[in-house]
Design a protein around this ligand. Structure first.
Ligand code: NDP
Length: 285
C-alpha cells in the first residue's frame, strides 16, 4: 500500500516558515509582503480560491488586498487596476484569478502585470526565464509538485517522469522543472497514443488532465510516485482527483490525496513567491 503524501501538513509547515521569514523581513526592513488578488465576476469556485488566498495571507501576516470587478467589466478597467497595482509600493504580488470572462483577453492581462510582481509565474518573461534555466517567479502548482517530491526524498535525477496534461499553468512548466532536475520527461495529452503504455513507464507520474479518476490502477508502475493535480467536482459536491485513488494506492509507493495533496501546496508556493518579490523589492541586488 502506498504511503499517502500529506500535502496539507507539508503546506502548513511551509506557511509557518514563511510567517517567520516575513516577520524577520519586517523587523529588518520595515517591509510587509503585500499580495493583491483581482477577481472578475462571481464564479463560485473562483470566489472560494480568492478567499483561501486571502486567509493564507492573514495567517502569515501579509498585507492582502482583494479587488472585485463585475462579470461584464471591460478589459480596459482591468488593465487600469493592474497599472495601479504595478505602481503601488505596498503590493509585491499581483494575481488575477482565472478564468476571465470572454470579453477580456487573458494573455493581454497576464502581459500587463509587472513580471517582478507576477507571483503566478505566467508572464512570458517568467516563462522564458524558466525555459532558459534562470527562473524568476515559477508557477505555483508546478513548484508545489517539486516541493512535495523533495520533501518525501525522491531523487528526481534520472527518473522517468510522465505528465498527463500540457497546460501553460501546470503541465508545461512542470515539465521544465523536472527537466531542470534531470528527469527524463514525457508530456501526454489528448492526442497521445496508448496512454496506459506511457504512464506505466513512469517512476514519477503526474496527473493534470482535469478528468475524474482517468488514471486507473493498471496504468501505474509498481512502486511509482503518483502526484494527482486534478480537482474535479463530483455530482454530490465532493472533490475527486484525476487518479482512481483506491486502485492506485495498491500499486504506487507514494500518492497524493485529493483534497489535501497538491492544492494546499499551490497556495503555500504563492505566499513563497510573494515573500521573494517583497525581498527583491526591499533589498534589490
Ligand atoms: P487544462 O484543461 O488547461 O489542461 C488539461 C490538459 O490535460 C490538456 O493538455 C489536455 O490535453 C489534457 N487531457 C485532458 N483529457 C485528457 C485525456 N483523456 N488524456 C490525456 N490528456 C488529457 O487544465 P489545467 O492544467 O488548468 O488543470 C488540470 C487539472 O488540475 C484540473 O482538474 C484543475 O482543476 C487542476 N488544477 C489544480 C490546481 C491545484 O492547485 N491543485 C491548480 C491548477 C489546476 P489537450 O491539450 O490535448 O487538450
Amino acid at each position: 500500500m502506498a504511503e499517502i503524501i500529506d500535502g496539507k501538513e507539508i503546506a502548513r509547515a511551509i506557511r509557518e516558515a514563511i510567517r517567520e521569514e516575513a516577520a524577520a523581513l519586517r523587523e529588518k526592513t520595515g517591509v510587509t509582503p503585500g499580495l493583491a488578488v483581482v477577481l472578475v465576476g462571481d464564479d463560485p469556485a473562483s470566489w472560494i480560491y480568492v478567499r483561501r488566498k486571502a486567509q493564507a495571507c492573514e495567517e502569515v501576516r501579509f498585507l492582502s488586498r482583494e479587488l472585485r470587478l463585475p462579470a461584464d467589466a471591460a478589459e480596459g478597467e482591468l488593465l487600469d487596476i493592474i497599472a495601479q497595482l504595478n505602481g503601488d509600493d505596498a503590493i509585491h504580488g499581483i494575481l488575477v484569478q482565472l478564468p476571465l470572462p470572454e470579453q477580456i483577453r487573458t494573455q493581454a492581462i497576464i502581459e500587463a502585470i509587472d513580471p517582478e510582481k507576477d507571483v503566478d509565474g505566467f508572464h512570458p518573461v517568467n516563462v522564458g526565464r524558466l525555459l532558459t534555466g534562470n527562473p524568476g517567479h515559477v508557477a505555483c502548482t508546478p513548484r508545489g509538485v517539486i516541493e512535495l517530491l523533495d520533501r518525501i526524498g525522491v531523487d528526481i535525477a534520472g527518473k522517468e517522469a510522465v505528465i498527463v496534461g500540457r497546460s501553460n499553468i501546470v503541465g508545461k512548466p512542470l515539465a521544465l522543472l523536472l527537466l531542470a532536475r534531470h528527469a527524463t520527461v514525457t508530456i501526454c495529452h489528448t492526442r497521445t497514443r496508448n496512454l496506459p503504455e506511457t504512464t506505466r513507464r513512469a517512476d514519477i507520474l503526474v496527473a493534470a488532465a482535469g478528468r475524474p479518476e482517468m488514471i486507473r490502477g493498471e496504468m501505474i508502475k509498481e512502486g511509482a510516485v503518483v502526484i494527482d493535480v486534478g480537482i474535479n467536482r463530483r455530482p454530490d459536491g465532493g472533490l475527486v482527483g484525476d487518479v482512481a485513488f483506491a486502485e492506485a494506492e495498491r500499486r504506487a509507493a507514494y500518492i497524493t490525496p485529493v483534497p489535501g495533496g497538491v492544492g494546499p501546496m499551490t497556495i503555500a508556493m504563492l505566499l513563497g513567491n510573494t515573500l521573494a518579490a517583497a525581498r527583491r523589492i526591499a533589498a534589490p541586488v
